[in-house]
Design a protein around this ligand. Structure first.
Ligand code: SAM
Ligand code: SF4
Length: 348
């Protein structure tokens, strides 16, 4: 990547459509469900009932149709997320459909890994390449205070299963929450000393006007503080050269470590200039940016009949309009946040 590209925030190449700010958008993050088996304190209310999938949720066939239209528009990278994507009973079929669309270069998943022991092999065989696993602490005692219905042992087993199935490199997402797991960041970073994993610390983002959003403000920890804590205990972090402008993680290595310590800092160091993403919600809307409420319906176009070709063209045209309308910038640092969906309803 050239210095000029870094300065302007423009991607140097890419097949995707270009938005109003000169960003090439070629990465679609697909939420396949709003449901989850964990209910983390900053993401999903504990009271949320375990309902069956709503009829509004896109089917596997509809998701494939969106991916085909996205490839026509120039998208190449796809990630399945949620909610917890592995709760979809047809998740292996969804991965197979997405991975087999000609032109798809990469299919990854963000997951809490609870179901990975039984699913990692079938997902890999279906075409999944990599997983990002969410684990906030190694402490069996602390974990349920954050990832409320979770268990550190089960997630750990899930991570090992993913790695054994070849879903590598394993990247871990650690959300740092004041007074809960900030002091355990050092133990998480230490994992990179003997494993080739990427352990990435994420700043809390307040999404929606909910208790979870309020907690995300009151319990915020900046990544500058997390980095200082890690360096004080484990030594100086050496920067790892960025290979892609759209990688939202600033990466480092501890002395002699095979793994990578990353910092994702949407609040203290916004990275909007390098954004290459569009999001599809489980109920069939293009969500233009995680940190804005703007969205566009695509479900009606998927369900309004016609030939496969006409449907694909309708979806492609909505996607191109969504790219053209994609906003930039946010004021999370000033405490301003979105009014609508929580994280589990957009797809983190
Ligand atoms: N259930 C999967 C998981 O937890 O990885 C996928 C969906 S989850 C919404 C995606 C990611 O969002 C999680 O890995 C977690 O790190 C992140 N996340 C959720 N709520 C957040 C918040 N309020 N601020 C920052 N990150 C958040
Ligand atoms: Fe579920 Fe992921 Fe949200 Fe936690 S962060 S409640 S695991 S969707």
């Amino acid at each position: 990547m050239t210095d000029a590209a870094l300065r302007t925030g423009r991607a140097e190449s890419g097949t995707g459509p270009v938005d109003a700010y000169g960003r090439v958008i070629d990465y679609l993050r697909i939420s396949v469900t709003d449901r989850c088996n964990l209910r983390c304190v900053y993401c999903m209310p504990l009271s949320k009932a375990d309902l069956p999938e709503s009829p509004e949720t896109l089917t596997a066939e509809e998701i494939e149709a969106v991916v085909r239209a996205a490839v026509d528009a120039g998208f190449r990278k796809f990630r399945l997320t949620g909610g917890e994507p592995t709760l979809r009973r047809d998740i292996v079929d969804i991965v197979r459909r997405v991975a087999s669309v000609p032109g798809v270069a990469d299919v990854a998943m963000t997951t809490n890994a609870v179901r990975m022991p039984e699913l990692a092999g079938p997902l890999r065989d279906a075409g999944l390449r990599r997983v990002n696993v969410h684990l906030d602490t190694l402490s069996v005692k602390t974990l349920p205070t954050l990832m409320r219905l979770g268990s550190a042992e089960r997630i750990w087993q899930g991570i090992l299963a993913a790695e054994a199935a070849g879903l590598a490199p394993v990247k871990m997402n650690v959300v740092v929450v004041r007074g809960m797991n900030e002091h355990e960041a050092v133990d998480m970073a230490r994992l990179t000393l003997d494993r080739p994993w990427h352990v990435r610390f994420i700043e809390l983002m307040p999404l929606g006007s909910s208790d979870e959003a309020r907690l995300s403000v009151t319990h915020f920890v900046s990544n500058a503080d997390t980095r200082a804590r890690i360096e004080a205990a484990l030594g100086a972090l050496a920067p790892v050269a960025r290979t892609s402008l759209s990688d939202e993680s600033e990466n480092f290595r501890l002395p002699g470590a095979p793994g990578v310590v990353g910092f994702i800092s949407p609040v203290s160091k916004p990275y909007c200039g390098g954004c290459n993403r569009m999001r599809l919600t489980a109920d069939g809307r293009f969500h233009l940016c995680l940190l804005h409420d703007d969205d566009m319906d695509v479900r009606a176009a998927l369900r309004s009949g016609g030939t496969d070709t006409s449907r694909r063209e309708r979806v492609r045209s909505i996607l191109l309009r969504a790219v053209a309308a994609k906003p930039t910038g946010h004021r999370l640092d000033a405490g301003m946040h979105t009014k609508g969906r929580r994280m589990h309803q957009i797809g983190g």
